[in-house]
Design a protein around this ligand. Sequence first.
Ligand code: PGA
Length: 252
Amino acid sequence: MQRTTIIAGNWKMNKTPGEAVELAGALKERLGTTTDPEIVVCPSFTALVPVAEVLADTAIRLGAQNMHPAPEGAYTGETSAGMLLAAGCRDVILGHSERRHGFGEDDAFVNAKTLAALEAGLRPIVCVGETLEEREKGATFDVVLGQVEGSLRDVPPERAASLVVAYEPVWAIGTGRTATPEQAQEVHAAIRGRIGEIFGEEVAGAMRILYGGSVKPENAAELLGQADIDGALVGGASLKADAFAAIADAAR
Ligand code: PGA
């Protein structure tokens, strides 16, 4: 089964609109016509609209880093799927560990967002991953597969292949400590197995499963070379056009 690799940049809480436009401009020059791998950038909310303008008429997809499941209403500080679409987004990162652990998001909430995003026509990039403590006590598979099940509950099987899962071991995010390609591959294979049990083999064969956690130009090719790793969700290294473009090159 051929799966087009995705290289997604999660800019997190970095860059003013002006700085984001500058980075987007540099990425447009290097990657503006790249369709394989698929390139996605996820700036902060205040930068979405100006970055969408820079990336219009390029192959680079725009994504947000979070959203609220409700379509509108009294949710101070939140942003809906419809607002993201209108701002030019096609993708949205959901359930990032910094949201799960820093803001108390549980699987049920991530699931509500996933269903709302799909319903609105956004592509969810649903993040899962174990903490160091969970890995050390041998709970990695239980935790990760539990998050997959809980976050994707009630997704209609005919829509499931369009969503993306990102495996991001919490201990590897922003720490410089990457999972070895073998450690990542075994979890990716287990996730694909569980997706097959829930949605069927065809969906499992088509779904892109990204790895995230200290991906950089130096380790990207080896990670992306694993059978069940279909791309990368890149934090720190996505903030520099050269590094992000080098990771995209490693995917070719
Ligand atoms: P990192 O972040 O590449 O800086 O480790 C990855 C992520 O959190 O998506």
